[in-house]
Design a binder for this molecule. Sequence first.
Ligand code: HEM
Length: 491
Amino acid sequence: MKYSSHNLSLSVPGPNPLPVFGRAINTFRFTNDSIKYTHHLFQTYGPIVSLAFGGGTNLYSPLSNCPGTVFIYGPELIRQVTTQDEIYYRYSLTGKFYGKRNLSARTKPLNYFGVGLFGENSDQHRQHRRLLMPAFHKQRIESYRNNIVAITQSVLDQMQVNEHYDIAKILKLLTMQVSTKTLLGYDIGEKSNEINKLLRDCLNPNSLLIALLPFDLPGLPYHRFFNMLAQFDHELRNLIMHKRHKGLDDGDILSMLIQARDAESGVSLSEDELLGHTSAIFAAGYDTSSHALTWTLFLLSQHPHVAADLLDELENVLYGEAPTLEQLQQLPFLEQVIKESMRILPPIPWNVRVTAQPTELGGYALPKGTEILMSVYHTHHMSEIYPQPEVFHPQRWQTIQPTVFEYNSFGSGQRICIGAAFAMMEMKIILAILLQRYRLQCIPSLKVDRQEFITLAPKYGMTMTVHKQDRQFHQGVGGIRGNVREMVKLT
Ligand code: HEM
């Protein structure tokens, strides 16, 4: 094991910080383009590298004494981190961005908003995961099929042929509606839209302005953010009261969580915990699925043969209809297309942990509090695992069976995505309906740059023209600009 001269500083190799602004420059280069910058770091230093040699950086950890940031990639290092839960903890980002200092009655919702499983560790995480699991069991998620079909059809009905749309925005709206229906039980309509907007605004506030101007004064973003949080708190507590009063399982996830009792301890979730899990599940579910769908439609638009084969499969099984649960099992190529899309452009390119105790990784000592960022993206682009990794080739899934550490789109270990089966079902249904109905074509010279940190998304959205499904797949291929070309081989 290699130790640094100072046993609290980080000995993992990495670029030496320049004088004065050194670490800030490294941090800027990472936040500006994490994929490109870490590609350079991994090539120079190997599969375990620090953001700044000696540490002193903090990208994610809410702990004030974070010794530094380490990036890793590759299945073996990912296995070690994701399977040792007592060594590698996970924290929610809420604490990092808004701080947990001076919590008043007004800022108290920060204790649980967006936290859920993401901010729990050890026994509490295990117990709550047990409580949540039944809501994600096969039978339960299958009961959402009809709602997903109805919402998809209603959103697609509003699209006009020959018009341009930002498909990323439309898919976000669609997956958000699916989330509010399956999670809270709200039907499409005014209330659902209001809750969607509230949750979205609470989850995507202007973090920088809030951090720079943390004053609760009318007109400031900080004040607006806490007003919205209070409104969300109020709405959800009312909804929980209403569901408790009825005492019925309405079929949505929240109803189930309200009634859940841990078989081992008899414990149930408190109201704060219910709010935390609900907001965290909402946050985890809609953005990830909508990005995966957006990238898949983009990749299909640039790979006419894949698009044609996929449509053949869909039409042969579905004859233009929405898939039933049984038919979803008869669409292997659809599954391969989604998997390959999430391999090449993973919706979550980084997975994060913080060491809960001093440990050793890849031959280096890591002090307690070190933050670890696992690169799902670089692991998915290892040519040893995926020959010609930049080629979008769904057929490769007919012969490969990567381990969960090699294919890490949904994470691995005890924290593997609890909503993975739900997400796969949702994405398959949406794509099957959409692709039989419409052909989406990128507008000429579309610029597609990446935007990544928590999720990997197209920075300027994805403007596409909607055509009736006419099988003219070769139209609109090529001419794509932007750094997406560094990630995927395009003509
Ligand atoms: C394409 C869609 C999705 C992707 C790529 C994705 C990815 C992930 C990943 C990588 C993790 C693991 C994080 C870690 O190891 O710390 C995770 C965890 C989680 N996901 Fe997903 N997810 C998706 C959809 C969903 C959906 C639809 C839901 C809920 C309806 C959901 C709920 C969760 C929750 C609650 C966790 C935390 C699990 C835990 O800490 O025990 N996800 N997801």
